[in-house]
Ligand binder design. Structure first.
Ligand code: NAD
Length: 561
């Protein structure tokens, strides 16, 4: 049923009534403007004498921050510096992040966030978001009631069980929900004070962490599946009761939980799994870009996946959907164009029973093969997608074998962080004499090959999830469908310019992220109305409405309460 209300966060020039005074305001990172408080605000809010006399504008503050930031050479130090800035002044943090997104994304997200998570207990400074632990079972509504805001649009939640490609990091995984939500804010203008990162601490099996005296999680082995779903159910019920329109994004769960969690809730509440669905959409967009370069169709492709987990299945499902829509293949015919390898080799029907459920639709009816090289020789793929977390596995032998049968091989080495990538851009370009169409999960620098500069695309989920999230929140969607992700992928693929394709890159420039997210959010919103899943009244101009929903980091004028 449609309600009159729309998603309507306050606009940037709306004055904010502030009840505190003096240091109380300066010590609140959500209210603090530092040296930017005007003379009038300093008088009315009791700030006189507590700040240096000069009044800065936000640009000047940004200049000061960047001078200090760039003085640091160690990425982890930069990460800590940005966290401290957030702890002091949230508006300035987002302003700096948005204006320097390309430079800072590798710090606040992959690859540096991975290192930050590994060291979380050692670099911890101050609380952010919420921790729900095993000990809170039975009391989760009371714990969630401690969150100070009644307006939460989006929660990113992880149990830290599979952080990037780094494995089980337990409660240290909190860096990921925090980082991801910062990207939602910077990338699509979700409102920072309406986001909530949550770490579901259900123990860890990482012995190193359990023995680390500075580890901040519970020192307990991970719990049984039954107990895990009891606590997950309790969380979903409590969160959607307190914030009925909230979007829940499941993040970095091991795939034995990622798939069941997605299926358990996707039809009941507004939720999705970025590792599965977001990755699927971003990879499909990259492949559609490669099709524009090669002037081929998806159905022409033979695709080998190295890795058969959350990301692989998400990508394969999305490409299948693309093949079905584009070429009218049946789903079964589309699936015949895929070969998946996991840690035991080619996924075949001979391995059933015992094969994990998510792999079954792609199990091949053919002879087993253990090595990637063997599969590449047999299949003669046109596309090779790495989502295994196994660095260096796309070696010279594999890539040269592939190139022998395919003049422009598509190689997407998506494992994160950089050290986990299946290969480097430089190696692939050199082994294929610059003919490969390459994309990676973490960024690689452009490479010069034979007088031409090739630009590796970054298949960053950030192209997709912020726009999908904003679109869903803006229309009060009841759920997020595959159709919405498919729409997002096509929208992204259309945003790559001919000039970008000529440099070999299949993704648009990430610095255009706000424009990209606006286009994706608009498309997702439109899809929600078409699928009759939106709960807010349809605006006359969806694009304009979505644009007005976006947060821009600037100081609001303050008035005493
Ligand atoms: P996952 O744990 O669900 O799956 C990993 C898969 O790799 C499993 O099927 C496993 O069997 C397989 N594998 C492990 N060792 C192997 C080996 N030696 N040979 C062949 N296969 C092997 O993890 P996931 O969520 O699918 O993520 C995998 C990787 O993809 C991670 O590094 C992650 O950071 C990356 N990823 C990248 C993006 C992106 O770039 N946009 C998005 C999501 C995930």
């Amino acid at each position: 049923m449609l309600t009159k209300t729309q998603f309507h966060p306050p606009s940037a020039d709306e004055p904010l009534c502030v009840s505190g005074r003096g240091l109380e305001i300066l010590n609140d990172p959500w209210l603090n403007k530092g040296t930017s408080f005007s003379a009038e605000e300093r008088t009315t809010l009791g700030l006189c004498g507590l700040l240096p006399p000069h009044v800065s504008d936000i640009e000047e503050q940004e200049q000061r921050v960047m001078e200090n930031y760039r003085r640091k050479s160690d990425p982890l130090e930069k990460f800590i510096f940005l966290c401290s800035l957030h702890d002091r002044n949230v508006t300035l943090f987002y302003r700096v992040l948005l204006d320097n997104l390309m430079e800072m994304t590798p710090i606040i997200y992959t690859p540096t966030v991975g290192f930050a998570c590994q060291n979380f207990g050692h670099i911890y400074r101050r609380n952010r978001g919420m921790y729900l632990s095993l000990h809170d079972k039975g009391h989760i509504p009371e714990v969630l009631a401690n969150w100070p805001s009644d307006d939460v649009d989006i929660i990113v939640i992880s149990d830290g069980s599979r952080i990037l490609g780094l494995g089980d990091l337990g409660a240290n995984g909190m860096g990921i929900p925090i980082g991801k939500l910062a990207l939602y804010v910077a990338g699509a203008g979700l409102h920072p004070w309406r986001t909530l990162p949550i770490l579901l601490d259900v123990g860890t099996n990482n012995e190193e962490l359990l023995n680390d005296p500075l580890y901040l999680g519970i020192t307990h082995q991970r719990i049984t599946k039954k107990e895990f779903y009891e606590i997950a159910d309790e969380f979903v019920e409590a969160a959607t009761k307190r914030w009925p329109h909230v979007l829940i994004q499941w993040e970095d769960f091991t795939n034995d939980k990622a798939f069941p969690l997605l299926e358990r809730y996707r039809h009941k509440v507004l939720s999705f799994n970025d590792d599965i669905q977001g990755t699927g959409a971003v990879a499909l967009a990259g492949l559609l870009g490669a099709m524009r370069i090669k002037q081929e169709t998806l159905a022409d492709q033979r695709i080998v996946f190295f890795g058969a987990g959350s990301a692989a299945i998400g990508i394969a499902d999305m490409i299948c959907a693309g093949m079905v829509e584009e070429s009218g293949l049946t789903l079964e015919e589309a699936r015949q164009r895929f070969w998946l390898l996991d840690s035991q080799g080619l996924v075949t029907r001979q391995r059933t029973p015992g094969l994990q459920e998510h792999k079954l639709p792609y199990a091949r009816d053919e002879a087993e093969a253990v090595s990637l090289h063997e599969v590449v020789r047999r299949v003669k793929p046109t596309a090779l997608i790495g989502v295994s977390g196994q660095p260096g596995t796309f070696d010279e032998k594999v890539i040269r074998e592939m190139h022998e049968h395919c003049s422009q091989p598509i190689v997407f080495a998506l494992s994160n962080p950089t050290v986990k990538s299946e290969c480097t851009a430089r190696d692939v370009y050199h082994w294929t004499r610059g003919n490969a169409i390459f994309a990676s999960g973490s960024p690689f620098d452009p490479v010069r090959v034979g007088g031409k500069v090739l630009v590796p695309g970054q298949g960053n989920n950030m192209f997709i999830f912020p726009g999908v999230g904003l679109g869903a929140v803006a229309c009060g969607a009841k759920k997020i469908t595959d159709g919405m992700f498919f729409t997002a992928a096509k929208t992204l693929a259309h945003m790559v310019t001919e000039g970008e394709l000529q440099t070999g890159t299949v993704y648009p420039d990430l610095s255009k992220i706000r424009q990209i997210s606006l286009a994706i959010a608009t498309a997702v919103c439109r899809q929600a109305y078409e699928e009759d899943l939106a709960t807010y009244e349809e605006p006359e101009d969806i694009r304009e409405y979505v644009r007005d929903c976006m947060y821009h980091p600037q100081y609001r004028p303050y008035e005493p309460d």
